[in-house]
Write a protein that binds this ligand. Structure first.
Ligand code: G4P
Length: 197
């Protein structure tokens, strides 16, 4: 999505350790009008899928997912990061290894809100090694729901997540794929995606 790439070029900054900071418009301060256009683009890209629910993970995925949901006219469920154990069997849970934060955490969703009736689109802000998305896919599998696709705002194309998901045959759409970034020069390059606006 050219508009998102241009915004990343304009307002994104590259930090040591291959971290792209986009907190002025994506995951701290949020440009909701941009989110609206991103949501419309997700809707166009997943137009053929019978999606009835969007699944994301707290915290930064929630804003993007909620605005996208207005284009899909479906509810959003977010997985909670928690220390609480699944004591009463009322939740689905999985583990996520965060590469960026160098820790493992549990994610949970109530069984009430993810069931075998659901056809799910996963939405998140970043795709790096794919651990968060794989954890969400675990929850979908445990619920007996159907994964219709994964929509990501920014994929770091030089990390392994995108390739993993595409190799699994998952319909993955990343609105911007960063192929390289350089903290010294601030230069960011993007992968061409002719089917996107
Ligand atoms: P993965 O799920 O794809 O394997 O990613 P990873 O563990 O590496 O990412 C952990 C967290 O860091 C995620 O947020 C992810 O969105 C974020 N992240 C990864 N790379 C970047 C980056 O280059 N820039 C920024 N700004 N964030 C990045 P999270 O732990 O879910 O935290 P939250 O911010 O959603 O609360």
């Amino acid at each position: 999505m050219k508009l998102l790439e241009e915004r990343i070029q304009k307002d994104g900054t590259v930090k040591e350790g291959n971290i792209l900071k986009v907190d002025s418009f994506l995951n701290h301060q949020m440009d909701v009008e941009l989110f609206d256009l991103m949501g419309q683009e997700f809707k166009r890209l997943f137009a053929d899928a019978p999606i009835n629910k969007i699944l994301t993970i707290e915290a930064s995925g929630i804003g993007i997912a909620c605005v996208a949901a207005r284009s899909f006219h479906v509810p959003v469920v977010f997985a909670k990061k928690t220390q609480t154990l699944n004591i009463d069997g009322q939740v689905l849970s999985s583990k996520v290894d965060s590469f960026t934060h160098k820790k493992t955490y549990d994610i949970i969703v109530s069984k009430k809100f993810l069931t075998q009736q659901d056809h799910v689109l996963i939405i998140d802000d970043f795709l790096a090694n794919g651990c968060a998305v794989l954890g969400l896919m675990d929850l979908i599998r445990a619920a007996g729901a159907v994964l219709e696709g994964v929509g990501i705002a920014v994929e770091k194309g030089f990390q392994t997540g995108g390739q993993k998901l595409r190799d699994m045959g998952i319909h993955l759409e990343s609105l911007a794929i960063v192929d390289s970034m350089d903290a010294a020069t601030g230069r960011i390059t993007f992968r061409e995606q002719p089917h996107q606006s």
